[in-house]
Write a protein of this length. Structure first.
Length: 432
C-alpha cells in the first residue's frame, strides 16, 4: 500500500514539473484552446449596430406572428415538423430544408431506417450528420435531434419527464461552470410536446465578458420517434432580422421561442450592476471550485492530471496547482491513520526522497484537517533541480475509497499567493 501511494505521489509530482517551473513544457494529450482574435473597431461597430437593431425589434411570439403574417398567406399547413411536404418548398425566406436520417440500431431497438425533413436557418455554419442537424445564423443557434439519447427510452415516462432530466443535466454546475445568473422555467406541457426555457449570462473567459443567452428546449414525438429541438439566441450576435428567423422557426416547429432583446440587455445590466465575480468557476467533472481570473488549465499534462496556472502555463508563470484523484478499491486507506506516528512519517519521507528525481530539503508532514476532498495531511519541502528551487506543498487526502493529491509548486516569491488559491479550493470546493 505504501509503495502504491508513493508511486501516485511521484506521478503527481513529476506531472507538475517540480523544480522545473521555468523549463519548457511539452504539450500532450489535450490541445490548448486557441484564443479568439481581437475585434477590429469596424467589427465592434457592426456588432453594436446589430445589437441596437435587435433590441428595437424585441418581442414575444405574438410580435413575431405579426412580422410573419405575409409568410402565413403562402405557407402550406403541411409544412411543419413531421408533415408531408415537398422538400423543395421555398416559402421561407431564412430557412432551408434538410433531411435527418436515423440508421438501424439493434441496441436501441431501431429496426429500419427513418427520415425526417427539417428546416435550418441559412448561414455559414449549418450541417447535418445523420440524425442530428445544426445551424448558427444571426445569433440563433439551432440543434435538432431525431431519436435523441435520453435517460428513458420507453413509453412509461412522459415527454415532460424526459425533457426535465435532459435540461437538468445540461445545467448541472459540474458540467456548466461558465453559466451565471441562471433562470430555469418549469417544464410546460404543450399540445404536442414539452417545453422549457433557460435564461442566463455566459462567461467568455477569453474576452473576460458576459453574454446574455436565452435557450428554448422543445421535445415532441413524430411517429414513434422523439425529436428534441434546442434554440439558443445570444444578444451579442443577434441581427436586425433575427426576429424574422425566429418567426419562421416557430411556424415550422410549432412552439414559442423565448427571446426579448431588451429584456436580455436588462438581465446583463442587472448582473453587472450586482457585482461581477473576480473569480471564475472551474469544474473537473467531480469537483467545482473558483480560480482567480486569468488562471487557466494547463493542457501540457495527461488526462488524469488537472493542472492550473496563471495564463495557463506552469512553466511560464513559475507556479501552479494540480489535482489528481485515484480510486483505491480494496486498498482503501486513511492517510491520517497511516501517518499517525512520527516513525511512519519519517519512513514515508525517506521512501519518497529515495525515489524522487530532485534534491529535497526541509521536509515536513503534518495533519492539515478536513477539506472538500476528505481528511488531509500536508507534505511540505523545498525541491532543488539544477539551479532552480521551488517550494512545494502536497496535500495528501483520503475519503472513502479515493486517494487525492493536490500539488502546489512555485518559486519562493510566488508560493504564498499560490497556496492561498489552493487552500480556497480545499475549503470551498464542491464535490459531485
Amino acid at each position: 500500500m505504501k509503495k502504491r501511494l508513493i508511486l501516485l505521489l511521484l506521478t503527481a509530482a513529476t506531472a507538475l514539473s517540480i523544480g522545473a517551473c521555468g523549463k519548457e513544457a511539452v504539450v500532450t494529450g489535450r490541445d490548448n484552446p486557441k484564443q479568439s482574435e481581437p475585434e477590429t473597431e469596424k467589427e465592434k461597430g457592426q456588432k453594436e449596430d446589430r445589437n441596437e437593431g435587435s433590441r428595437e425589434e424585441a418581442g414575444s411570439g405574438e410580435n413575431r406572428q405579426e412580422i410573419g403574417e405575409k409568410e402565413d398567406e403562402d405557407t402550406s399547413s403541411d409544412v411543419r415538423l413531421g408533415g408531408d411536404f415537398d422538400e423543395k418548398y421555398d416559402g421561407f425566406s431564412y430557412l432551408k430544408c434538410e433531411t435527418l436520417i436515423l440508421k438501424p440500431d439493434e441496441t436501441r431497438g431501431i429496426t429500419e431506417e427513418k427520415e425526417l425533413k427539417i428546416f435550418l436557418p441559412v448561414g455559414d455554419y449549418a450541417s447535418v450528420n445523420e440524425n442530428y442537424g445544426y445551424a448558427d445564423s444571426r445569433g440563433v443557434n439551432l440543434k435538432v435531434s431525431l431519436a435523441p439519447y435520453l435517460r428513458w427510452d420507453d413509453d412509461e415516462h412522459t415527454l415532460a419527464q424526459d425533457l426535465a432530466y435532459d435540461v437538468e443535466m445540461n445545467y448541472d454546475e459540474f458540467y456548466s461552470a461558465d453559466i451565471y445568473d441562471l433562470e430555469l422555467s418549469k417544464i410546460e406541457t404543450t399540445e404536442n410536446g414539452a417545453r422549457c426555457v433557460a435564461k442566463y449570462c455566459y462567461y467568455d473567459r477569453w474576452t473576460d465578458s458576459y453574454m446574455p443567452i436565452y435557450c428554448t428546449y422543445y421535445l415532441t414525438s413524430v411517429g414513434d420517434e422523439k425529436v428534441l429541438v434546442e434554440v439558443e439566441i445570444n444578444l451579442m450576435d443577434a441581427a436586425d432580422d433575427t426576429e424574422k428567423v425566429l418567426s419562421e422557426l416557430e411556424k415550422f416547429y410549432g412552439f414559442d421561442i423565448a427571446w426579448d432583446a431588451k429584456e436580455a440587455q436588462k438581465k446583463l445590466d442587472d448582473f453587472i450592476a450586482a457585482g461581477v465575480p473576480d473569480t471564475m468557476r472551474v469544474s473537473t467533472g467531480y469537483l467545482v471550485f473558483e480560480l482567480p481570473k486569468y488562471w487557466e488549465a494547463d493542457y501540457s499534462y495527461d488526462y488524469d492530471v488537472d493542472a492550473y496556472a496563471p495564463g495557463g502555463s506552469v512553466t511560464e508563470a513559475g507556479c501552479g496547482i494540480s489535482i489528481t484523484r485515484d480510486y483505491m478499491g480494496m486498498d482503501r486507506v486513511d492517510i491520517t491513520e497511516m501517518l499517525s506516528s512520527q516513525d511512519a512519517i519519517d519512513r514515508y519521507m525517506a521512501d519518497f526522497q529515495e525515489n524522487a528525481e530532485y534534491d529535497m530539503e526541509d521536509m515536513k508532514i503534518e495533519y492539515y484537517g478536513s477539506t472538500c476532498l476528505g481528511e488531509a495531511m500536508i507534505f511540505r519541502f523545498k525541491a532543488e533541480y539544477g539551479d532552480a528551487e521551488n517550494e512545494v506543498a502536497m496535500f495528501l487526502i483520503t475519503d472513502d475509497n479515493y486517494f487525492s493529491v493536490m500539488l502546489v509548486t512555485a518559486f519562493p516569491d510566488k508560493f504564498e499567493t499560490t497556496m492561498e488559491v489552493a487552500e480556497n479550493i480545499l475549503a470551498n470546493g464542491k464535490m459531485h
